[in-house]
Design a protein around this ligand. Structure first.
Ligand code: OFO
Length: 169
């Protein structure tokens, strides 16, 4: 059985993961307006990953006999001035999610829920990969600057990203 404090913390994180999905969906809409299909594809994978992160916790709360309670999802930002600005926002957002996951692990520690802590280890490792992958694209965009040809080359590269459903926990 899940401790109430742990259950509430998981429910808040489910909301944060669904917000991430929504935020990235908004970025996908922005890339559609620029006709950057590789960036659209990259966001598509990101959106599916966030959905999987939310559902991983959703299923875990149920497995532990807890009750999932969904909250309202905030409206995301809808306009950006550049591709670079989008990736700056993604990195900032992933860094925020990393801190939220760490706080969730702190709650598991506090209520001495070792099973939840072990489950959350997957998310802790995933955040390292998330920040690395976003940071890599951001670094390339910083190098590219205003070079349109280089941007289209990157767009082609991002078109190759595929979603591999994660095995969580
Ligand atoms: Fe992007 O890792 Fe979940 O939120």
């Amino acid at each position: 059985m899940l401790d109430k404090k742990m259950e509430d913390a998981f429910n808040s994180q489910i909301n944060a993961e669904l917000y991430s999905e929504y935020f990235y969906l908004s970025m996908k809409a922005y890339f559609e307006t620029l006709n950057l299909k590789g960036f659209v594809n990259w966001m598509n994978v990101q959106i599916q990953e966030e959905h999987a992160h939310a559902m991983g916790m959703f299923d875990y709360v149920n497995t532990r006999g807890g009750r999932v309670v969904l909250k309202a999802i905030d409206a995301p930002k809808t306009e950006w001035h550049s591709v670079l600005e989008v990736f700056e926002d993604i990195l900032k957002h992933e860094q925020l999610v990393t801190s939220l996951i760490n706080k969730l692990a702190d709650v598991a520690d506090e209520v001495k829920d070792r099973a939840a802590l072990s489950f959350l280890n997957w998310y802790i490792k995933e955040q390292v990969e998330e920040e690395e992958s976003v940071g890599g694209v951001l670094a390339t965009l910083q190098l590219i600057g205003d070079d349109k040809n280089a941007l289209f080359t990157l767009d082609k590269e991002l078109a190759t990203r595929v979603f591999n459903p994660p095995v969580i926990g």
